[in-house]
Design a binder for this molecule. Structure first.
Ligand code: NOJ
Length: 537
């Protein structure tokens, strides 16, 4: 019998460590806190955790500005604690994936400091992208490239040169043509694999390589393209074909470690191009952001699912489903807004009466049963198992996301999905820690806590627990999916084990037959109500 690699059907839980559980009462989540919640994660039934960057960092982009890839930020702990955590997680049957941030370092990284000090023309500057400016006195940026968070992608240093940063100014892009950069990352991979990590989530996997000569994008819709992730085929810095050689190099290194894997965060909207990242000698997985972005609509969801399955299937890979992460508005809120409203734009000053939070949560429950019934692997973002909504009313003076400032205060950014987790009904920061929380929690957060939901048969936490258990029993031994006839505003499919999943996106109840294994709401007299899902046999 062929034994499937573990990751092909894994249920992975994303830990935004800063907001998960504070072990030392300083208001910031940490390794000690995370470790104390391993029994919770085991009981939830996850196979692995992916931990957002925990490395030494000024945290100007939540840790995606890494100053030292081989060290843990003191606010989170230290390397010994990380190693102990990984070992203890293994005892609970939980693997650990860490974040790899290869496109850029922090401006506090030793290499960037050395580059600033060494000055123009130095070998130290060659590890990054330093260029003279344009215009008669070099006071204009070298070209028209735009940063994802807003503004030019170039920043001038006092000696007159400019450096490239596709994200915040504190995140200078590395030069992947430089052999030392490539060697350094091979060594970083080994560092964490040698300490027990099972693999990596790779940040901005569609960047890395920049076009020779730094040509202008010259595209009027450039900014729009950046925001939506819509790419054209020969963009000067997104999705360059040359980057695949680097991926193959990493894959070869991972191949020396049994069971190691890597998952790409690649925002390429064209699924055929995404499939390139999943060729047998490249990434093991790539997040399916089409599914994440699909509105609450049966037909659109079905298209997203089918197209993804076809694309990944074309290279012999598997789908990797996800509904929320630390970069997007939580789906319990997205699904509570009309489909045509763009949640992240609405967050700033959109009409609040458009949001129906009860509907959003109801749909989030149904979405959980859809997500967990699909073939392949799933990633869940911390708090989605509690049905947490986006915290929409964070006052702007507490926002930390660089998006808020860099967008010129036109986008509120991603802090609303990063608010610390409520663990208990009462108590300081709803059990997050003894020292408050780095982002304020809204009133009533404790009512959504783990404590409040544990042992309550109708809670969303209980739904996730039951679904993850049934998923292990019925849904992880094959990748078969067969679509079944069902009303137009619903989706129904059967998995290889015979388990059927039905999701009702429409306004009317639909009849269902068979033994109900699990449902997102109670069924009445053989009917599945609107905005609900069921697993049947
Ligand atoms: C994607 C990460 O998920 C996001 O949080 C970060 O801001 C950017 N990459 C830049 O590293």
């Amino acid at each position: 019998m062929r034994v499937e690699p573990w990751w092909r059907t894994a249920a992975v839980y994303q830990v935004y460590i800063r907001s998960f559980k504070d072990g030392n009462g300083d208001g910031t989540g940490d390794i000690a806190g995370l470790r104390s919640k391993l029994p919770y994660l085991r009981d939830l039934g996850v196979d692995a955790v992916w931990i957002n960057p925990w490395y030494t960092s000024p945290l100007l982009d939540g840790g995606y500005d890494v100053a030292d890839y081989r060290n843990i930020d003191p606010r989170f702990g230290d390397v010994d604690q990380a190693v102990e955590f990984i070992a203890e997680a293994a005892k609970h049957g939980i693997r650990v994936l860490v974040d790899l941030v290869p496109n850029h370092t922090s401006w506090e990284h030793a290499w960037f400091r050395a580059a600033l000090e060494a000055g123009p023309g130095s070998p130290e500057r060659e590890r990054y992208h330093f260029l003279p400016g344009s215009g008669p006195d070099g006071s204009e940026p070298p070209n028209d490239w735009r940063a994802v968070f807003g503004g030019s992608a170039w920043e001038r240093v006092p000696d007159g040169e400019w450096y490239l940063h596709l994200f915040d100014i504190s995140q200078p892009d590395l030069n992947w043509e430089h052999p030392e950069v490539r060697e350094e990352f091979d060594s970083i991979l080994r560092f964490w694999l040698d300490r027990g990590a099972s693999g990596f989530r790779v940040d901005v996997a569609h960047s890395l390589v920049k076009a020779p000569g730094y040509p202008d994008t010259g595209d009027e819709e450039n900014e729009e393209n950046l925001l939506t992730g819509t790419l054209f085929s020969r963009h000067p810095y997104w999705d360059r074909p040359e980057l695949h050689e680097i991926v193959r190099r990493w894959r070869a290194t991972l191949g020396e470690y049994p069971d190691a894997m890597m998952v790409a965060e690649a925002w390429v909207s064209d699924l055929e191009r995404l499939a390139n990242y999943l060729r047998p000698d490249e990434y093991h997985q790539a997040f399916d952001f089409d599914f994440l972005q699909a509105p609450w609509d049966a037909e659109k969801m079905r298209i997203a699912i089918d197209e993804s399955m076809d694309a990944v299937g074309s290279v012999g890979s598997i789908p990797t489903w996800v509904l929320s992460n630390h970069d997007v508005v939580r789906h319990a809120t997205r699904y509570g807004l009309p489909n045509e409203v763009e949640a992240k734009v609405w967050l700033l000053d959109g009409d609040r009466s458009l949001l129906d939070p009860v509907l959003g949560e109801r749909r989030a429950r149904a979405a959980a049963l859809l997500l967990l019934a699909l073939p392949g692997s799933v990633y869940m973002y911390q708090g989605e198992e509690l049905g947490l909504p986006e915290v929409t009313e964070l006052p702007v003076d507490v926002l930390e996301d660089p998006v808020w400032v860099r967008s010129g205060h036109t986008e509120k950014g991603r802090d609303g999905c990063r608010v610390p987790i409520p663990w208990t009904v009462e108590g300081d920061s709803a059990g997050f820690g003894d020292g408050g929380s780095w982002l304020p929690q809204p009133a009533g957060w404790g009512a959504r806590s783990v404590e409040a939901q544990t042992g309550r048969a109708d809670s969303i936490l209980q739904l996730y627990r039951s679904a993850l258990r049934l998923r292990r029993e019925h849904l992880t031994s094959d990748l078969e999916i067969e679509w079944l006839d069902s009303p137009k505003t619903s989706l129904a499919f059967r998995r290889g084990s015979g388990l059927r999943c039905i999701v009702n996106f429409g306004p009317d109840p639909i009849p269902v037959e068979g033994e109900v294994l699990l449902s997102s709401v109670e069924l009445s007299a053989g009917f599945l109500p609107p905005d609900a899902a069921a697993w049947l046999r």
